[in-house]
Design a protein around this ligand. Structure first.
Ligand SMILES: C[S@@+](CC[C@H](N)C(=O)[O-])C[C@H]1O[C@@H](n2cnc3c(N)ncnc32)[C@H](O)[C@@H]1O
Length: 273
């Protein structure tokens, strides 16, 4: 049974879920829903399209996990990537995968932190962060560093989480406190969409655009966890899926009852005249 699991991918974002049949793209549909690694690569695709990744672009990626996104971006967009991740074990797995594919020269992975980036100014065409920037200390400081590292005409793109602009209820304040403790998110990063956009603009970015992706994230993840549970229940010990179910339910709760939003944010550095 376990042999059916996809062992070639290690994605760690929530995925971008769209209920549509698309045989051309070869998308596998399970009860109208794509499978998890495809939803995750679609999320990576949304980010790549938003910053207009082009062959030969020099990209900096922060928080690459086990490297899925960098391999995918290189293979689908022909970009050259330098990427930084803070967890040594994830860097080791990602490096092995990149080495096995013979991509070390085009996808360079390193151990490091968004909070301590040591690259020359104006080095990159694109800087991207996929489901990671809420951890940085702080995200606002990262915006300024990213601006300095971009070449004129370059773009920053992030998949990230914010709060909507409404005032938080007591429940939502509680969610913030729990998220801060359990998911290592500095409270100073828990800002509204408007503040997020303002912080990007203050760092120097123009054409700042924030798109709310929530309807394609939380519920899709939940439905997928239910599907997996239904598919395997009665066939294997249910405890194997209890964690997945609990996470799925927590994500559904987040999407429905809290004011957390999943966003795609982009901004450009003006071209020099
Ligand atoms: C939710 S995971 C997403 C991983 C990957 N982007 C994906 O979509 O599969 C967040 C990642 O950000 C990394 N991260 C957190 N803080 C970081 C920092 N300060 N610098 C670099 N990476 C960081 C974590 O270690 C983790 O791998």
């Amino acid at each position: 049974m376990a042999m059916n699991c996809n062992i070639d991918t290690y994605w760690m974002n929530f995925g971008y879920w769209e209920k549509r049949r698309d045989d051309k793209e070869g998308i596998i549909i399970i009860s109208g829903i794509v499978i998890f690694p495809q939803a995750c690569s679609r999320m990576a695709g949304k980010l790549a399209e938003a910053v207009n990744m082009q062959p030969g672009n020099r990209c900096l990626d922060i928080g690459f996990g086990c490297g899925d996104q960098d391999i995918w971006w290189h293979q689908h967009y022909g970009v050259d990537i330098i990427a930084v991740e803070v967890v040594p074990s994830q860097v080791a797995v990602a490096k092995r995968r990149v080495r096995d594919l013979g991509l070390e020269k085009r996808v360079q992975l390193m151990l490091g932190s968004a909070d301590d980036l040591n690259f020359a100014r104006a080095t990159f065409d694109k800087i991207v962060s996929l489901d990671s920037a809420y951890h940085y200390r702080t995200r606002e400081v990262f915006f300024s560093k990213a601006y300095a590292l971009l070449r004129p005409g370059g773009s920053l793109g992030l998949i990230d989480f914010v709060f909507n602009n409404r005032k938080s209820s007591l429940l939502q304040e509680l969610v913030k406190t729990c998220a801060s403790k359990f998911f290592l998110v500095p409270k100073v990063n828990m800002v509204s969409m408007d503040t997020y956009a303002l912080q990007m603009k203050s760092a120097g970015f123009c054409n700042v655009r924030i798109v709310d992706l929530s309807e394609h994230v939380f519920n899709g993840f939940y439905e997928y966890s239910v599907n997996q549970y239904k598919k395997y229940s009665g066939l294997i010990a249910p405890r194997a899926f209890i964690q997945l179910r609990l996470v799925g339910m927590a994500i559904k709760f987040v999407g429905r009852y809290t004011n957390i939003k999943c966003i795609l944010a982009t901004g450009d550095k003006l071209s020099s005249k």
